[in-house]
Design a protein around this ligand. Structure first.
Ligand SMILES: [Zn+2]
Ligand SMILES: [Zn+2]
Length: 404
């Protein structure tokens, strides 16, 4: 099929994609259990005639578009996340969240609607696919446990997934203007790790500081010192973030408490920087505890790895996107985001291409500030995401291996 046809048909699907997105926007749900969202997605897939799979432990929704060589040809997955955030919406749009304290403030409603649009197109043109497209609708991206749960339930098997596509809309990569598609096989989102630490002492009266080490002072010293690690111990051309976002300890102004606990996040794009910071954070905490005579505890938790695409698949998607949208509409992402995305867990097992779709349109007063009560996207660009999925799938599953 020629790319003008793909473009025109996907553009024609735009209105339906927008109405699906608005329906989902009204009913945001949080975490792993998204009963209303999932039944909405199942209902639309049923209407489209797409075959639902029921064998993944009830986590998420999985559906198959079976082409001519289904069962023997390659399998390409299209993954969309579906979950929302605990934020009270303040956009004032007429399709505003109807659930108090919950909002689609990251654009996952758009991802789900775009994937439904791609399913609509590909189901209709399945005769031109020499293989299978597996749609993975994933909960729990924000809580970072959805991809792991689906992976453990075998989502990349039966049928085995050979390649995986995904996207994020919005303002994550500010070099992407409205409707522009950004592709890169380098790390474009960060590893999102976590750490906890504690400082402990016997505790005493606030007026008798000589009777107990002070865990408040020790924790403060550690936090100040932690912020020197990025600036002073890693290559300045590498990127990393350490944020301590939660500190707890003490109940009264005149008591030196017996314990202070803190929680932080670490974002890195490179495995060696990641390993370095894990070790040095522990050293800083132990050093601050020792200097202040406190005991200490330290735990580090590996989260999802950086989002890094497969060079060959990213080139295929880039070419497909150029064909369907035009040369000037497709850019290389040069400035990574230090946000995390658990699609990377899936991409560790299947070569992937995770691309960006610019959703912010300041000229129209539409600002995609993620996780903000005023988060909005330019809905006119949604069909473009579907067009890239469809053109990518047609290329990946082209008969006679016309892939490269
Ligand atoms: Zn988010
Ligand atoms: Zn997101």
């Amino acid at each position: 099929m020629d790319s003008a046809t793909v473009r025109d048909q996907c553009r024609a699907l735009g209105e339906r994609i927008v109405s699906w997105r608005r329906d989902l926007h009204r009913i945001p749900e949080i975490g792993i259990d998204l009963p209303e969202t999932e039944s909405y997605v199942r209902a639309r897939l049923n209407e489209l005639g797409v075959e639902l799979q029921e064998s993944y432990d009830g986590v998420g929704v999985v559906a198959l578009v079976c082409g001519t060589a289904a069962g023997s040809g390659p399998v390409l997955a299209v993954r969309a996340d579906m979950d929302a955030l605990e934020i009270t919406e303040a956009t004032g749009v007429d399709y505003c969240s109807t659930r108090p304290g919950r909002m689609h403030a990251c654009g996952h409603d758009a991802h789900t609607a775009i994937a439904l649009g791609a399913a609509a197109f590909l189901q209709q043109h399945r005769g031109e696919l020499a293989g299978t497209v597996k749609f993975i609708f994933q909960p729990g991206e924000e809580s970072m446990d959805g991809a792991r749960r689906m992976l453990e339930a075998g989502v990349l098997e039966d049928p085995h997934v050979d390649g995986l596509l995904g996207l994020h809309i919005g303002g994550i990569w500010d070099e992407l203007g409205a409707g522009k598609v950004g592709v890169s096989h380098r790390a474009i989102m960060a590893a999102a790790d976590a750490f906890n630490f504690s400082m402990s002492a016997t505790g005493s009266h606030g007026a008798y500081p000589h009777q107990s080490p002070d865990p408040v002072l020790a924790a403060s010293a550690a936090i100040v010192q932690l912020h020197t690690l990025v600036g002073r111990t890693i290559d300045p051309t590498a990127a990393a973030v350490i944020t301590v976002g939660r500190v707890e300890g003490g109940r009264a102004r005149n008591i030196i408490p017996s314990e202070v606990t803190a929680r932080g996040t670490v974002r890195t794009l490179d495995e060696s920087v990641r390993a370095h910071l894990r070790e040095r954070i522990g050293q800083v905490i132990a050093g601050a505890a020792g200097a202040h005579g406190c005991g200490h505890g330290y735990e580090y938790f590996y989260g999802a790895p950086p989002v890094r695409g497969d060079a060959r698949l990213c080139e295929l998607v880039r070419r497909a996107a150029v064909d369907v949208l035009g040369e000037g509409e497709v850019l290389e992402i040069r400035k990574p985001s230090l946000g995390g995305e658990d699609v990377s867990l899936l991409m560790e097992h299947a070569p992937g291409c995770y691309f960006g779709l610019g959703g912010s349109n300041p000229e129209r007063g539409i600002h995609s500030i993620h996780h903000n009560p005023g988060f909005r996207i330019d809905e006119d660009v949604l069909w473009r995401g579907a067009a890239v999925f469809c053109a990518g799938a047609l290329r990946y599953l082209a008969p006679r291996q016309e892939q490269s």
